[in-house]
Design a protein around this ligand. Structure first.
Ligand SMILES: *[C@@H]1O[C@H](CO)[C@@H](O)[C@H](O)[C@H]1NC(C)=O
Ligand SMILES: *[C@@H]1O[C@H](CO)[C@@H](O)[C@H](O)[C@H]1NC(C)=O
Ligand SMILES: *[C@@H]1O[C@H](CO)[C@@H](O)[C@H](O)[C@H]1NC(C)=O
Ligand SMILES: *[C@@H]1O[C@H](CO)[C@@H](O)[C@H](O)[C@H]1NC(C)=O
Ligand SMILES: *[C@@H]1O[C@H](CO)[C@@H](O)[C@H](O)[C@H]1NC(C)=O
Length: 242
């Protein structure tokens, strides 16, 4: 009898310990839920204010979304573009909208559109770009993307015996308007620098297309890190109980 009680206690303690790893603010979505997509969207909505400031409660902190800090984005297409963006602060990511979520829970696949009305960014850049003319520069960068629509395919896989998950996000993006200010283009020649910026901004679609493949790859990694950080102590069974 005593043994049974002890065992029972141990099991209870173990279970409550495990489930305490899931941040309290994460809304659980039963696998069999008739509208799993709706449940997940509600869960994300509840998370928004917490991930915006990077505080998930119970001393669980993650990098904040507003502004989002990006250490480095390196883009080298092996041809006409070599760019390095460093120490970026991005304003606007917390204003995301999740649309058209399509979940296949048995495959652990989540497809959705992520809309970002406006992203404003500041940081350091260096670039050598050989389209239209040869651009070369290194200095401070300011920029604005408006009306970004991304399509995200997220795949999760179980990575250990406790059923912790790891997400890989694949991002395709479309930006309807962009504006850049690259200081010190052409080694501080202010005339060429102004001209270069004008050419870039008058032809932002061409520049975006050039940057896009590298940017999408980097965003995929950044988005994956964000999701994996938030869910690092959550298991599949806790998130999506039977
Ligand atoms: C958070 O951390 C502080 C300082 O380490 C501690 O006093 C407090 O009890 C912790 N709170 C929770 C909910 O774990
Ligand atoms: C997450 O899990 C790790 C290892 O189990 C543990 O060391 C860490 O304290 C947990 N973090 C939170 C925020 O629960
Ligand atoms: C990164 O940028 C911030 C301002 O946006 C600045 O305060 C900080 O010193 C920069 N860090 C590095 C390593 O350049
Ligand atoms: C999930 O994907 C599998 C394999 O592609 C498919 O057989 C199944 O019907 C899908 N389930 C839903 C709910 O879409
Ligand atoms: C361009 O200006 C920056 C600071 O404004 C300076 O650090 C750099 O040495 C200058 N480059 C040249 C080639 O003059």
């Amino acid at each position: 009898m005593r043994f049974t009680i002890l065992l029972y206690l141990q099991v209870v303690l173990l279970v409550s310990h495990i489930s305490s790893e899931l941040p309290k603010i994460i809304k659980v979505c039963p696998r069999s839920s008739s509208d799993l997509n709706k449940c997940i969207i509600e869960s994300i909505e509840l998370l928004r204010p917490h991930i915006t400031i990077g505080d998930l409660g119970d001393n669980f902190t993650v990098p904040k979304l507003e502004p989002l800090s990006i250490d480095e984005i390196i883009i080298d297409n092996g041809n006409d573009l070599e760019a390095n963006f460093k120490n970026l602060s991005v304003f606007g990511p917390s204003k995301f909208n999740v649309l058209n979520l399509n979940t296949n829970i048995t495959q652990m696949q989540f497809d959705f559109d992520l809309e970002l009305p406006s992203l404003e960014f500041f940081g350091d850049y260096s670039i050598v770009l050989n389209i239209l003319i040869k651009f070369r520069g290194k200095g401070k960068l300011k920029g604005l993307f408006k009306n970004c629509k991304t399509h995200v395919k997220a795949n999760a896989k179980i990575i250990d015996e406790q059923n912790h998950m790891e997400f890989t996000l694949d991002v395709k993006m479309k930006v309807s308007y962009a504006q850049f200010e690259l200081q010190n283009l052409f080694d501080n020649d202010s005339f060429l620098s102004k001209l270069g910026n004008r050419i870039i901004n008058d032809n932002y679609e061409i520049f975006l297309n050039e940057l896009k493949p590298g940017l999408e790859k980097s965003l995929g990694k950044i988005f994956s890190n964000i999701v994996n950080n938030i869910l690092k102590n959550s298991t599949y069974d806790e998130m999506f109980p039977e």
